[in-house]
Every structure is written in C-alpha cells, then in structure tokens.
Ligand binder design. Sequence first.
Ligand code: ATP
Length: 344
Amino acid sequence: MSTRSTHPTSSPDPYAAPTAVHHPTVTHTLAESAELTAARVPLAAPVDPDRTTVFAPPDGTAPETLRDATAEIAAAHSAAPSLPPRRLSAIDAQDVSAWFGTHKVLERVSLSMLPGEVTALIGPSGCGKSTFLRILNRMHELVPSAALAGQVLLDGDDIYDRSKKLQDARKDIGMVFQKANPFPAMSIYDNVVAGLKLTGRRAGRDEKDELVERTLTSAGLWKEVKDRLRQPGGGLSGGQQQRLCIARSLAVRPKVLLMDEPCSALDPTSTRVIEETMTELKKEVTIVIVTHNMQQAQRVSQQCAFFLAAQGTPGVIVEHGDTEAMFSEPQDERTFDYVNGRFG
Ligand SMILES: Nc1ncnc2c1ncn2[C@@H]1O[C@H](COP(=O)(O)OP(=O)(O)OP(=O)(O)O)[C@@H](O)[C@H]1O
C-alpha cells in the first residue's frame, strides 16, 4: 500500500476506520433505501436492437438507421490503415481513497477494468466518479489540495510509482472530457497531429497523413471530414468536435481511454454515433466511461460499477460486475433503485 501527496492533517491515517465495501458484501445503509425499495418498479426496458433512430446527416451521406451506422463504422475501421496488433491493457485500482483538503471523497475503492472492454462508472452526482476517473491518469494531483492513497496499476505497473513519469501516464491513459475541447482555430488535421506533438515525437508527412486518417477513422469521423482536413476544428458540429477530440487522444496510441460524460452535451444522434464508435474502439483500447445515462451504460459497456456516497460519507463502490447482470439482477437493493431511476 502506498500513500500519495499530503494527507489531510485531521486524518493522518487514511485507513483508521475503513468502512468501504466492495461487491457483493454490503455494510453501508442509505437513509432512503427502505423507503425507495418499498415500491419497486419494473426493470429498465431492454435496449431494442432494432431501434431505428434517424440520423441527421451533415453531408447527406450518413445512413438512416443506427444499424446502418454500426455497419458503416465497422466497415470504415476495417478499411482504414492498420497498426500491428498489440496486447490490450488492463487497469486496476486498488484501495484508492481520495481527498480534497480534509474532505474525503473516495473510500478504498477497488476496481479492475478489463482489457478490451468498456467499463461504465455510474452513480448519483457527487459520489466521486469523475474524481476516480481523474485518478486513473494522474489528473487528480493537478488540484493543489488533492491527496490520494492506494494504487493504480496499468498492466501490473503502478502509475504512481516514483520511477514513473507523469507524462507516460498521460500518454498511456488518454482522456476525453464532457465538453469537446479541440483547438478551434487549428485545422482538423493539425488538431489530430497536436496529440502527437504533446508527446514530443516528430513524424514525417507520410506518417502524419496515415495517423490522421487512421485516428479519424477510429473516431468515426474520417468520412465526414476527409475533404476538409485543412478547415478549422472549431467549424465542426459539437458531436464532430467530440469525435475530433477522441481522434486527438488516439494519436498517441493510448492503452486506456477515459471518457467523462462524453455525450452529455450532445444531441441523441451524435450520442449514438459516439456510442457506435466506442463499440469499435474497444477492440484497440480499454475504455472507462462516466455516464449518467443508464441506457447508454447498458448499450456501450460490458462492465459496470455503481458508486454511491451516503450523506456525509465518501464514495464507495456498492456493486460492480457484468453490465447485463447489474441491470437485470442487481445484488444490492440500492443498485436496483438507482438503475431503475428511484433516486439520483
Ligand atoms: N476540485 C475540487 N475541489 C474540491 N472538491 C472537489 C473538487 N472536485 C470535486 N470535488 C468534490 O468531490 C466530490 C466528488 O466529486 P466528483 O465530481 O468526483 O463526483 P461525480 O460523481 O463525478 O459527480 P457528477 O456526477 O456530478 O459529475 C464532491 O463532493 C465534489 O464537490
């Protein structure tokens, strides 16, 4: 066990009174739980595989149905320049606790995020999902008052080990934020290449061209922008900008991609395109997504973790495991209540 940064003086031993629990044991009680579970409602409706969401094609070439989009994105992936295959990575959080000043926001959270799968982090506002996500690529330490304890292992190596460089963690574990943040005046092409520049690596023209096509294809954007690569990134729609940011993150070939509510600012059409893109992307990068959208969690993830912070206590994981099972047969009544919209 290792301890990072400066611990709050009022709590010198972060493990003095461990109360966090992990699936399937439950020791926390939520005040409202009994009341909430008194009137159970049917489980969330399963996702309809034949849903026929109509797309609003920006250039008149987009398909009409999600089913078509899935096929199109998959086809684009197989036609794109490819890289030699590599082993998919696992990221493991072990007994992670976190503070902002003296405010403890996570309590001994452990979670294994499996290679080549999408793990969804769900839970009510303020339970520490984003903090947990930011700990996974060492962004938490950017906040001056922040502290943490525990370990984050990328393929078995602790990213917080003193011998590890911060830059390596950021390169290996990319992040896409809630609000798309491309460089607006920079061209689409240069936005993607900027991802590479951040690593300090120089690349020739051919390599850059290949990189731009490959990453934009992986992000599900190539077809829409291939004829206007020199136009500013800021001229794209919100959904396209988010996919451009995904492409920029992919340019450094991360092993893990963290996504913090990547669709919350997007319309349903753009949301579906990004979800389909994620389904393809997980074949090359392990994905962890924070989402408030239960249907999205069901659609995109194979693993799910339910975070909860009872009044005045730090966030813990109440239950985690296979997404389908979490939604159809949750082991904890608080999970049942949350995934069925009873609170949060
Ligand atoms: N920079 C910060 N400084 C101080 N406290 C913070 C900071 N960021 C988050 N917190 C606190 O940490 C706790 C967890 O916040 P966090 O954003 O991780 O929760 P969340 O589950 O992601 O919430 P949401 O779903 O609303 O985004 C909250 O009490 C929040 O107020």
